[in-house]
Design a protein. Structure first.
Length: 332
């Protein structure tokens, strides 16, 4: 008998933003096995089980109250436009919401989309942890919750059992990341294709923060990133990347970080490791062969990096996320 699907509960607070509210159902609901069995069951609740007014001109009716949180493996908190009615200026959480969150089990994985992170922080669930939220709200977030390590530039942060994201579409990125962690890149990519979104976006929020562009600097690094992604099997120096972009190293580095939120070196390392995961899932190549093909150098380096990021060895990762028909080689 197959295991029951992982249960995801979404808490719709008064003033909930409809787009973000729908993200977990759409993304997790699209994840299925090769036999078309759902991998997640998504349920939506309000504090008292009654209809709740959204941020738009309509209300939603749900089938559950907050007691369903006690049955969930993962709980998602979407943002609300009535945030300041729920979290006051002293960073204290509304009593009704606090009582609702008491249904959470200690083992429950928590996800907050956008300003949903304020709710988790006000409940004391982010103290001492790194967290993301919408870049426009990051300063207020940090002032209200100095015990939280706020990063205003990333799309999402995975801190194990607690994950937070930036605004709107970053919630999609976070949910796809969770599927990738739970079931591998193939399942996450299948969901992304069905939703017509990229399986993984480059960089962070830096590219979306409103700032003036200096005169004469309207060129970007996207073309060079696309080119570099096809060259992962060989060393790529910063000088070579800058030359491809037809920029000085200093200008290229500045523009690259502004567009992606990370340095060229960090971005390359992420791309190499993602490619290595794909090869572990889809091929029978040895660890050393994969390390060579992805530009990671040695099997030892691949093992170390995968253990640091995923907490497992390449053998365990391959066994967990192996696709049904591995190939012996791939173009790349």
């Amino acid at each position: 008998m197959s295991a029951p699907p992982h249960r995801v509960a979404v808490l719709a607070l008064p003033g909930v933003v409809p787009f973000e509210l729908a993200i977990p159902s759409r993304i997790f609901g699209g994840a299925v096995t090769a036999e078309d069995q759902k991998l997640y069951e998504v349920v939506t609740c309000t504090i008292d089980g009654q209809p709740v007014r959204t941020a738009e001109d309509y209300s939603i009716t749900v089938q559950h109250d907050a007691s369903v949180l006690a049955t969930a493996d993962t709980v998602v908190i979407p943002p609300t436009r009535l945030l300041h009615d729920i979290v006051n200026t002293d960073g204290l959480l509304d009593d009704d919401v606090l009582r609702a969150l008491k249904h959470l089990r200690p083992s429950t994985r928590l996800l907050a989309i956008c300003t949903g992170a304020f709710v988790l922080a006000a409940a004391g669930l982010l103290d001492g942890r790194p967290a993301a939220t919408h870049w426009a709200e990051a300063e207020e977030f940090q002032q209200l919750f100095p015990a939280v390590q706020v990063d205003p530039m990333v799309l999402y942060i995975d801190d194990g059992d607690v994950m937070t994201s930036a605004g709107v579409a970053a919630g999609i990125d976070l949910c796809l990341h969770v599927i990738r962690q739970d079931h591998g890149s193939a399942v996450a990519s299948s969901v992304a294709r069905a939703c017509v979104v990229p399986p993984r976006r480059d960089g962070g929020q830096a590219q979306y923060v409103r700032r003036p562009i200096p005169p004469g600097q309207d060129g970007g690094t996207a073309a060079t990133r696309a080119w570099a992604a096809e060259q992962l099997g060989r060393p790529l120096s910063l000088v070579e990347l800058a030359a491809h972009a037809r920029m000085s190293v200093r200008t290229f580095t500045r523009r690259f970080r502004a567009e992606t939120g990370v340095s060229p070196g960090t971005w390359l390392a992420m791309q190499r490791l993602d490619y290595a995961r794909q090869l572990l899932e889809d091929t029978d190549l040895t660890v050393d062969q994969i390390a060579d093909r992805t530009g990671l150098g040695s099997g030892t380096n691949l093992r170390q990096q995968l253990r640091e990021t995923a907490g497992v060895s390449p053998t365990t990762y391959r066994r967990t996320f192996r696709t049904s028909e591995p190939r012996t080689s791939m173009q790349g």
